[in-house]
Design a protein around this ligand. Structure first.
Ligand SMILES: [Zn+2]
Length: 59
């Protein structure tokens, strides 16, 4: 199977971690502050919301 690589593939779309639970603003991946796993196996993330500037858990 041929693998076609496009020059701007993947670089233009900003990846979104999730939505700010406080203001519904999408939080881009570079805003991730810390990611960790809790004892019950759920991955948790803290990211700074670009809209309200708070460290939140993206949803
Ligand atoms: Zn927010």
């Amino acid at each position: 199977m041929a693998c076609t690589v496009t020059a701007d593939d993947g670089q233009r779309t900003t990846q979104i971690l999730g939505i700010c639970p406080a203001c519904d603003h999408p939080i881009p991946k570079p805003n991730l502050l810390i990611a960790y796993e809790t004892a019950d196996g759920w991955p948790r993330m803290f990211a700074e919301c670009p809209s309200c500037g708070e460290p939140v858990h993206p949803e």
